[in-house]
Design a protein around this ligand. Structure first.
Ligand code: PLP
Length: 376
């Protein structure tokens, strides 16, 4: 790059809030202000007493409403985020054998965690190239592992049980870390829908939340009564017992729980999951449409039906260096739009989670037009 990259994007083109990262992601100011307001009655108080336990209760009720959960489902939470939950699942949800759809970094990490577990026997991996998506093959495994939205590539897949396999034969586990709250799903097709709240739920990291069907709960109880050794901190049956009492096994981040509740209630008060998913859909459609009509950009995911509504990945033409675009944007307050490192493409990756305003997405593409125009 020989040009001077220290130019300024005109202020009328700049988004009001410059946070477009795919996680951690934009935390709404209203939520942070509300947290400050309860700082003396909630923060710094015991997680075994009512103020915090009631907040965990609100989290569970709010999520049950948001996802229209059947009455007999349970919501379990614990510390460590989604990555830790992969180990939790390997210990407490997979009986012996699992099939994994692998189509990017996150889905591959769960398969790797399972591969190394000495107590599990069969691992089936169905893989596709980054930017595409594989589908399940009915088999005799006891667990199927899907990722609703592969955050590393911006590919999302429909959630469906493998055909002819009921929940009584095999569980469907869904990593919904970047999808939950921004995409629709049908509980009839899933047994365990898990996520961490630093993406669509505009909170902080460190917590995992697993929404479990009766079949998943019964699997948890069965494995727990077997002679499998499970480290206490990874024991989902222990987490289940605590969650039923609106607690966690060990101390959670109280601010993370509060911010998540605030975001869930914000979604519910405005029309629920359809409303939240609609916001993401409008924002991502704008970006894909922009890229399709741009001479120097195009959506990375060529099949429109698997393009993510919550994380848009955009390839740039060779004549534009994405690192320069990302760098100039950052200097102008537009943050975290680089492609996933390991993918190694000349790419931008832009979160379109529900908290991000569509008007800011429109301004973002105007800013990108300006930056690309200057770099050409
Ligand atoms: C972000 C993300 C994770 C990792 O979440 P952590 O809370 O950082 O462990 C896992 N899976 C998907 C799909 C993600 O987007």
């Amino acid at each position: 790059m020989t040009l001077d990259n220290d130019f300024v994007i005109p202020s009328e083109l700049l988004p009001v809030d410059g946070r477009f990262g795919s996680g951690p992601s934009l935390v709404r100011k209203e939520a942070v202000v509300a947290l400050a307001e309860v700082s003396e009655t909630y923060l710094g108080t015991s997680h075994r007493q009512d103020p915090v336990r009631n907040m965990v209760g609100r989290l569970k009720e709010g999520l049950a409403q948001l996802f229209s959960l059947p009455d007999d489902w349970e919501i379990i939470l614990g510390n460590g985020g989604s990555t830790l939950f992969w180990d939790v699942a390997a210990f407490g949800l997979i009986k012996n054998s699992s099939q994994h759809l692998v189509f990017g970094e996150f889905s591959s990490k769960f398969a790797q965690a399972v591969d190394k577990a000495p107590h599990l026997e069969v691992l089936e991996i169905i893989e596709s190239e980054p930017g595409d998506a594989p589908s399940l093959k009915p088999s005799d495994v006891d667990t199927y592992a899907l990722t609703q939205n592969e955050t590393s590539t911006g590919v999302s897949i429909p959630l469906e049980r493998p055909s002819g396999i009921p929940a009584s034969n095999a569980l469907v586990l869904v990593d919904a870390t970047s999808a939950a709250g921004g995409m629709m799903w049908n509980p009839a097709e899933v047994d365990c829908y898990y996520f961490a709240p630093q993406k669509c739920f505009g909170s902080d990291g460190g917590l995992w939340i697993a929404i479990c069907s009766p079949a998943a709960v019964s699997r948890i109880e069965k494995i727990s009564s077997s002679d499998r050794w499970v480290p206490a901190g990874l024991d989902i049956n222990t987490a289940l017992g605590n969650s039923r009492k609106n607690q966690t096994y060990n101390t959670p981040a109280l601010s993370t729980i509060f911010l998540t509740v605030h975001q869930v209630e914000w979604m519910n008060n405005n029309g629920g999951l359809g409303w939240a998913a609609g916001r993401s859909n409008n924002s991502s459609s704008h970006i894909y449409n922009w890229a399709e009509h741009h001479a120097h950009a195009e959506p990375f995911v060529s099949k429109a039906e698997i393009r993510s509504p919550v994380v848009a990945t955009i390839d740039l033409a060779d004549s534009i260096n994405a690192d320069d675009v990302v760098d100039i944007c950052r200097k102008n307050g537009i943050l975290d739009i680089s492609g996933y490192r390991k993918l190694g493409r000349n790419q931008l990756r832009i979160a379109t989670f529900p908290a991000i305003e569509i008007e800011d997405i429109r301004l973002l593409t105007k800013s990108l037009d300006y930056v690309i125009g200057r770099l050409l």
